[in-house]
Design a protein around this ligand. Sequence first.
Ligand SMILES: Nc1ncnc2c1[nH]c(=O)n2[C@H]1C[C@H](O)[C@@H](COP(=O)(O)OP(=O)(O)OP(=O)(O)O)O1
Length: 167
Amino acid sequence: MMEAAPMDWAIWSAPVHATLMFVIRDGQILLIEKKRGLGAGKINGPGGKIDPGESPLECALRETEEELRIRVLEPRKLGELHFSMSDFPDILCHVYRAEDFTGTPEETEEAVPLWVPIEEIPYERMWSDDRFWLPLLLMEQTFLGRFVFQGEELVWREVTEGVTIPD
Ligand SMILES: Nc1ncnc2c1[nH]c(=O)n2[C@H]1C[C@H](O)[C@@H](COP(=O)(O)OP(=O)(O)OP(=O)(O)O)O1
């Protein structure tokens, strides 16, 4: 991984804002196999792009409901991910964790639910940045991750733990 950032993050801003939601319960994490959209075929948490006029939290709840038909209870925002992409507009992603929900996760047009023991998270089937910040979310630590992609290849990364995360 290169040392100097290939861009000035101080003036970086993202045209696309998105969310991710991770439910952790009984030593397992609720993931999805994404059926369409950006990252189709990969394993990820439920989530998606924020609609106009929607807050990040509203988006995370809506996307989780649309993709898995569950209503997450008392989510906490633990992280932010800044993605600089070569072939897609840059993304700022708000990341939430929760321990409880109502309903039963079910397959939808967008996703297949997948309960996975936290020791067996399939990072090889996920975005290549995930292994650098998901362990922090599992430890209930806050984090700010900055990542530069060339296509699907992660070419630069920086993850800061224990930061104050804005709502
Ligand atoms: N690099 C990386 N790591 C982890 N997660 C992500 C990325 N890049 C990403 O875009 N993501 C996440 C962020 C979002 O949760 C999704 C992308 O949103 P998308 O599914 O395209 O948004 P929707 O609003 O559901 O899509 P459509 O309705 O337009 O199909 O991936």
